[in-house]
Design a protein around this ligand. Structure first.
Ligand code: SAM
Length: 279
């Protein structure tokens, strides 16, 4: 018994199923079930909601989500070694846990889920960032999800919530804050994980806004922002050379001084620029 459910403690699960952590899959496991239940609570009230969990590993967070009352959890795990441990959890919560052995970057999970949908994940940071950008940039808004509760390296979490003028401000802050409310809700030291990673981590909670803060086409905004921050020390007119022949005029039309640097340009200005570039 482990405290939050009748299943064995996670250290025993890891030993029983031979789940030695693999660096290539970014495996740093959370073994404290009180902590995983606390992370699950950051996703909000899960009763009556479906949860998409990416990278359940041995299932610590999965158990937290189920114990917190999620209607159904769809867990997508790339490492087949984790499946027997996850099947044991599914047996303890009949009809509430569906497990898929797949790469989350290659799979469209939507057909398996019904709204309201919350996404929760403790993923290797590169996979997490790639999925975050995908979840934030569909053509249509609002998206299929209501909230995202995601573990990142602390430095990446700070980039998601950064304000203009700060060193961390860039593509992730703009894409996240354009269509969502983003907050850091928990900080975790390396020792919270087994094995401990080199850096601290943080949980970011994002809730989807009913509509974006300012109008813009996602693909155009993404392109403008990516190009502007590709050379973040350069003035906007130099960084965006090539985007349009009359880029200086377009910058001015969007209320941006051509000599401004990307890190001082606000979300509202970037959206205005995306609209002028598009036209
Ligand atoms: N959620 C577990 C926990 O908190 O203890 C495991 C977290 S561990 C940081 C990341 C997990 O994501 C691993 O189980 C790993 O196998 C899985 N993973 C890595 N890349 C993945 C991918 N592309 N698709 C699905 N799962 C992936």
């Amino acid at each position: 018994m482990s405290g939050i459910d009748a299943l064995p403690p996670l250290r025993q699960v890891i030993t029983d199923h031979g789940l030695s952590a693999r660096k290539s899959l970014g495996q740093n496991f959370l073994l404290d079930l009180n902590l995983t239940a606390k992370i699950a609570r950051q996703a909000g009230d899960l009763r009556g909601a479906d949860v998409l969990e990416i990278g359940p590993g041995p299932g610590g967070l999965t158990r937290g989500l189920l114990a917190e009352g999620a209607r159904r959890v769809l867990a997508i795990e790339k490492d087949a070694r984790c499946l027997p441990a996850l099947e044991e959890i599914a047996a303890a919560y009949p009809g509430r846990l569906e497990i898929m052995n797949a790469d989350a970057l290659e799979l469209d999970p939507l057909t398996y889920l019904a709204p309201p949908i919350h996404i929760v994940a403790n993923l290797p940071y590169n996979v997490g960032t790639e999925l975050l950008v995908r979840w934030l940039t569909p053509d249509r808004w609002p998206p299929f999800w209501d909230s995202l509760t995601l573990m990142f390296q602390r430095e990446v979490a700070e980039r998601i919530v950064a304000a203009p003028g700060s060193k961390a401000y860039g593509r992730l802050a703009l894409l996240a804050q354009w269509r969502a409310e983003a907050r850091i809700v928990m900080s975790l030291p390396p020792e919270a994980f087994t094995p401990p990673p080199k850096v601290s981590s943080a949980v970011v909670h994002l809730t989807a806004l009913p509509e974006p803060r300012f109008p813009a086409k996602p693909k155009v905004l993404e392109r403008v922002v990516a190009q502007a921050f590709n050379q973040r020390r350069k003035m906007m007119r130099a960084a965006l050379r090539g985007l349009a022949p009359d880029i200086e005029d377009r910058l001015k039309a969007a209320g941006i001084a051509p000599t401004q640097r990307a890190e001082t340009v606000t979300l509202e200005q970037f959206c205005a620029l995306a609209r002028t570039v598009e036209s």
